[in-house]
Design a binder for this molecule. Structure first.
Ligand code: ZN
Length: 302
């Protein structure tokens, strides 16, 4: 008789019904020592499914491995930077297995709260931390919506340059969840603003984000690309190791200021919220779905 009592051993997993609309959820191009990585699900406002996060991880590794690349620009294709994590497109692939980027086991056939906890350790928290620590400088080029999971992609970059039509928003408290998985809120803004940002879930304009120091530059939409490329070109003229060392020092100081441990703490509460919602029979997202979140966000829009 087996000596294990792990109730998960008998679990058979859930079927994967995801259907991808593209084979290229991320585009990659290099010119003038700058790699441009483009989120490429414009039909769904660059909602992040696992297909996209693994493709993004691969594109960033490619840029790090390429000696011709000094700087990485991350942008969104289509009308918006990113509407966040995929919570409702046909390509939502929560139960699709991918070769993993971390040493976490596969979440796909796991029971209870283990499935989502392990998945988010890998594709959200783990990957964002990897990307934040990429040894080459990164610039987020943000236009349109940068919502929830979109914030995570902008925040992991070293610089954020936004067009004047960009806005930033973390509305996940409506799901009963205390903010997105990569909880940098209190490092990106002061605690009082972070509470306002979380409690109200309202859009923060690019201008406001610039005033509070979350965004480096705000420029007219027509000047966004040229501004980012001018900044990237100037950074690309600096020595590779110097850039990497400067980035490392700043990132390690952010950790000394509590970024890493704050995020671990928040991740625990985040997963209490997912599990609480499931215990209540409301699914993982507090009874919300993509349609209800879009409706509520439209009602909130200025
Ligand atoms: Zn989550």
């Amino acid at each position: 008789m087996a000596d294990t009592t792990d109730p998960g051993d008998a679990f058979v997993g859930r079927p994967d019904h995801s259907v991808y609309e593209t084979d290229e959820p991320v585009l990659y191009a290099v010119a003038d020592r700058v790699a441009t990585v483009t989120l490429n699900r414009p039909k769904y406002h660059n909602a992040q499914n696992s297909q996209m996060t693994y493709a993004l991880d691969a594109a960033l590794r490619r840029a790090v491995d390429d000696d011709a690349v000094k700087v990485i620009v991350l942008r969104g294709g289509g009308k918006h930077f990113s509407a966040g994590h995929d919570i409702g497109t046909p390509g939502r692939d929560l139960d699709h297995s991918y070769p993993r980027a971390s040493l976490w086991w596969d979440h796909v056939n796991k029971p209870g709260a283990e499935r989502l906890y392990v998945r988010e350790q890998e594709v959200y928290l783990g990957m964002c931390r990897r990307w934040h620590d990429l040894p080459k400088p990164t610039i987020a080029m943000v236009h349109g919506a940068c919502i929830a999971g979109g914030l995570m992609l902008a925040w992991v970059c070293d610089l954020i340059v936004a067009s004047d039509d960009a806005f930033f928003q973390d509305p996940v408290l409506r799901m009963g969840i205390p903010g997105v998985e990569y909880f940098a809120h209190v490092h990106e803004m002061n605690p009082r603003l972070a509470k306002e940002f979380l409690f109200l879930g309202e859009r923060m304009s690019a201008q406001r984000a610039h005033e509070i120091g979350m965004v480096n530059r705000v420029v007219p939409r027509a000047a966004l690309e040229s501004t980012v490329h001018a900044i990237a070109a100037k950074i690309a003229s600096q020595p590779r190791m110097g850039l990497s060392l400067a980035k490392t020092v700043v990132n390690r100081i952010e950790e000394m200021q509590g970024l890493r441990s704050a995020m671990d703490l928040a991740f625990g509460y985040h997963h209490f919220a997912h599990a609480h919602s499931q215990v209540l029979g409301a699914g993982e997202l507090g009874g919300q779905d993509a349609a209800s979140m879009i409706r509520a966000n439209k009602k909130d829009a200025p």
